[in-house]
Design a protein around this ligand. Structure first.
Ligand code: AWU
Length: 455
């Protein structure tokens, strides 16, 4: 049987990180690679669609989620806990008849650079966030001591070395870095992991040329070579109804509900897989939905039971649908009836909204979301801010109702923002079909096989 390049793929165990890396894995399997994915039993069902289409070239390296070492910052605690898999992976590798020639791992798993050199193989970073936000993240960790030294004196932080010299109020940037304590082992280890990304063999980004071209070029300069591949948007070309988990509402019921709505008339509202609105925030949003006349789908997973007033669903029945759990987001966004998307601007949602050509209504609340919102609103001109104060800020219901109504009103469609997002959506489809993103996947695969023959 023809030899096939074997890769170890290691996603960070969180939906927004696993979902796109498994979509990339599908592209690599379709190009004849063999892939072993590091995964836990809880996330194993996410491999099912891949397994059924690639039964002999997809393998799993199954480990229970390592026990989380208690630490004040949950993200750092989770990242540090993954390091417990270092020795078990080495053991698996040493006993494997044809071990992987490289490891592709999430940018939060910088410690796998050390694992890769211990195994004598290359490490490639997978970034589930955009290039602009990861450029900012790298600077934050590179200069963390200097930034934190006078953070109380300064309100905002500018990044003159990054194209367009972005500037943000300090509170909008990663609070993790602002709590950094020099010499504290967990913080130092997390920081070293983030810095190790820049000395990896290459970085794969879930983005595309027309979205972040200037930042991709900047990152190549930062890395000192061209092994920076923009392969996105990483989205399945099927209906996408089961992506990331099974929907709590039968997808066909949802799609039939949408079938009965006019084009671009529905507002889709969802805040990703990690974010839950506070009761006050949900109250502000519900107030706006009551005041507006829009058709909407509201994802209210994880919201406290009291936050949706009783009687609200009856009040809006016919024009509003509430999904109290996992929604088939991709299938919803792709439906012709959806005209705008109220999003926290997680990077996957950002890409999915742009790829679907829907007007983005931005409500960032943390992580890279303020950066993603700035890209959408100020640079690409395809979004409008609906709420952008402190992470726990509550929107004004009257103003939000006006923005929601406007986003799906007829006269809006001629709006520059809508024209631009439709153009960007076409660019996204071209990039993955036969354009720059497809080219970068092919280049990545070719360079891997050259690397393999060179070794
Ligand atoms: P998304 O990136 O939109 O949001 P998070 O889950 O919050 O992801 C990083 O990971 C982001 O850049 C960060 O800002 C951080 C995190 N989904 C779905 O299908 N149904 C649902 O009900 C809810 C979500 C899908 C959605 C998307 C993903 C969420 C990368 O926010 O389509 O693919 O889950 O990712």
């Amino acid at each position: 049987m023809r030899h096939s390049t074997h890769l170890l793929v290691y996603p960070f165990p969180s939906s927004g990180h696993i979902i796109p890396l498994l979509d990339l894995t599908d592209l690599l399997l379709r190009r004849g690679l063999t892939v072993t994915v590091v995964i836990s039993p809880t996330n194993l069902p996410l491999l099912d669609p891949l397994h059924s289409s690639h039964p002999s070239s997809l393998h799993k390296l199954l480990f229970d989620d390592p026990e989380i070492t208690p630490f004040p910052d949950p993200l750092i605690a989770k990242v540090i806990s993954t390091q417990k898999l270092f020795d078990p992976i080495v053991k698996w590798f040493r006993s494997h008849p044809s071990p992987p020639m490289a490891i592709v791992s999430d940018f939060f798993l910088g410690w796998t650079s050390e694992l890769a050199s211990h195994l004598g193989i290359q490490r490639i970073v997978f970034s589930p966030s955009g290039v602009l936000s990861s450029s900012i993240l790298q600077t934050l960790w590179q200069d963390v001591e200097e930034i934190n030294a006078d953070k109380d004196q300064k309100f905002s932080l500018s990044f003159p070395e990054i194209p367009n010299s972005p500037e943000f109020p300090l509170w909008q940037l990663l609070p993790v870095s602002q709590n950094f304590k020099k010499g504290e082992p967990h913080y130092e280890s997390f920081r070293n992991g983030m810095l190790a990304n820049m000395s990896s063999w290459g970085i794969i980004y879930n983005t595309f040329e027309e979205l972040e071209g200037v930042y991709i070029d900047h990152m190549k300069k930062q890395m000192g070579h061209d092994r920076v591949w923009a392969v996105g948007p990483l989205l399945p070309d099927d209906h996408g109804t089961g992506r990331g988990g099974s929907s709590v509402v039968p997808p066909n019921d949802l799609l039939m509900w949408l079938d009965n709505k006019p084009d671009d008339s529905v507002v889709y509202i969802c805040f990703g897989s990690q974010t839950t609105l506070s009761e006050k925030q949900m109250g502000g949003l519900i107030g706006a939905l009551e005041l507006s006349n829009i058709n909407f789908i509201l994802c209210a997973k994880g919201s406290k039971s009291g936050s949706i007033p009783s009687g609200f669903e009856d009040w809006v029945s016919g024009r509003g649908l509430i999904v109290k759990g996992w929604a088939p987001q991709l299938a919803i966004l792709r439906h012709r009836a959806v005209g705008s998307f109220v999003s926290h601007c997680g990077w996957n949602s950002t890409l999915e909204g742009v790829a679907a050509g829907v007007m983005m209504l931005t409500w960032p609340m943390g992580a890279d979301q303020y950066v993603d919102a700035k890209l959408l609103v100020d640079e690409l001109g395809v979004g409008k801010r609906v709420c952008e104060d402190a992470p726990d800020s509550v929107p004004d219901s009257v103003e939000l109702a006006r923005l929601l109504d406007e986003s799906v009103s007829g006269r809006y469609k001629a709006e520059q923002r809508v024209v631009k997002v439709k153009k960007l959506s076409q660019a996204a489809s071209k990039a993955v079909k036969d354009g720059t993103s497809m080219r970068d996947v092919d280049t990545f695969v070719q360079l891997l096989s050259q690397l393999e023959t060179a070794n």
